[in-house]
Design a binder for this molecule. Structure first.
Ligand code: FES
Length: 106
């Protein structure tokens, strides 16, 4: 883990508690950031089931619900929690330092 490369993604203040924000990065990474309190998690923004984008979904606690067919994922593990999902979501490590949010993309 010592070789993790951190990419500066956003100011923590740009993420509102209880909301989801999507950002695109080099290499085709489309990442959804979720803030709860002062903690932030990141997953792929694209649903594993279809064209749904999780940034348009509903965040309830640690669960994000896809806007298209209401599949739910745990934002901490990426685990698929219910039908119609069969595949988990990629998660990305996040750290917060001096008010900035960093993500490890690789
Ligand atoms: S596209 Fe997300 S649940 Fe179908």
């Amino acid at each position: 883990m010592g070789t993790m490369t951190w990419t500066d993604a956003a100011a923590l203040d740009e993420l509102f508690p209880g909301e989801v924000m999507a950002l695109d990065f080099e290499g085709g990474h489309e990442v959804a950031f979720y803030r709860l309190g002062d903690e932030v998690w990141a997953t792929a923004n694209a649903c594993t089931h279809g064209p749904g984008r999780l940034c348009d979904g509903f965040l309830e606690g640690h669960e994000i619900e896809c806007p298209l067919h209401q599949g739910r994922f745990d934002i901490r593990s990426g685990k698929a929690l219910c039908a119609p999902l069969t595949q988990g979501l990629r998660t990305y490590p996040v750290k917060i330092e001096s008010g900035r949010v960093y993500v490890a993309l690789e």
